[in-house]
Structures are given as structure tokens and as C-alpha cells.
Design a protein around this ligand. Sequence first.
Ligand SMILES: [Zn+2]
Length: 233
Amino acid sequence: MTVYFGVDVEEDCPPYLNTWRGITEGLPRLLEMLADEDVRATLFTTGEVARRYPEVIRAAVADGHELGCHSNRHGDYRVMTRTEADADIGAASAALRDYAPVVSFRAPYLQLPSDLVDLLAPHGYTVDSSEGRHKRLGLTVRREAGVLRVPASVTSLTLRWPALIRNLLFTQVNDPIVLFCHPWEYVDLRRERLRWDCRVRTGDQALASTRTAIRFFKSRGASFALMRDAAGA
Ligand SMILES: [Zn+2]
């Protein structure tokens, strides 16, 4: 069993907030926990985060995490023209590739219209994780328009669920398992005026819960891998 641990590195809870506490407070806590568990993650990062927080990106790359792309400014590709989407991917890629080679892609909101998938390969991407199995049943890992499409297995909220319910769900998901979370989930947002699913069990509970999820997969013999390695697997 292979587990890909993905982190969507972006502003806090888009499109509801326009703060960056996830980057300054949440991400350091998450990366410290991952280091402690000896897990490397794929950090799907927006171009904007890379421009605002270069030192954060540099440190994460130095720790062995993969740098992936999560659009330029967390725009929604469903409302962009093809030309706009192409320019967005180009701008994001240029910002991110100042720090590392970038070959893995994930669209904001797990929404990449099917007629835009062919934009990825010409920009140097080999893996796309813009789909969610929890959004469309029956999705499998497959090659399409020159990229390997590896759908996310569960919503990010799942990692915050109490272990008992969550582990039951985890036993049902297919290999490979693609987890994802956001840095802002590791900041206490419980009292923010946000959608319920964006604030419930955020902060310490989320961090503890993510750690037990990682240990659950380890106890089942899973190995953790980077998304970029999926294309060669
Ligand atoms: Zn996102």
C-alpha cells in the first residue's frame, strides 16, 4: 500500500479568508510533526505563497519535501478561459521553479475542467492530482493527455475526524491512498466566522489527528511516497 501525503499550501481557507496564518503558524507545526514521523509530503503550493514566503519554501525543499503546483493565486479554473488558465499555470510554474523542479499539479478546489488537462504536459507536469474520489466515484489512476492522473482519496476534513470513524473509512479506500490537508487546518480557526467544515477540529486536534492517521497507515505496512514518484511507479 502506497500513501501520498499532499498538502495544499495556500492562503487561509480560500475563498473565505485572506490571511496567511497557515503559512506562518500552521505549516511549521505540520512539517515538524511530519519530520518527527519521518514522512515526506508533496506541497502543492500557489505561486503567490512562493513569492510571499520564499524562506518557507526553501526550508521545506531542503527537508526533502516535494514542491508541487497549486495554481498561481488559487483561482478557480472552471471560470477561466483556456488562455487565462494557460497563463496562470505558466506564472505559477515560473515562481515555484525558482526553488525546485516542479512536476506535480493540483488545481484549487480539486477542479480542473477536463478540456484543460492537456495544458499540463507542455508546462512540464507529469502527475496531476486534481480529482477527488470522494467527489466522483469510480475514479482510478490513469494516464491522460501526457500526465498520470492520481485522484485524492478523501476530503481534507477526513484527516480531522475522530480516529474510530476515520480509520473505518480508511480501510475502504483503494491503493494508492492520496491524503490531503491544508496548513490553515493546523491553526485554531474554531472561533472564526467560517463554514463549519473549515473550522471544526482545527488546530491541536487536527495535528494530533493527522499524526494518528499516519501511524494507522504505518501500522498497516504502508509506505509513504512523493507524487512525482507516482509517474515512474
Ligand atoms: Zn486549495
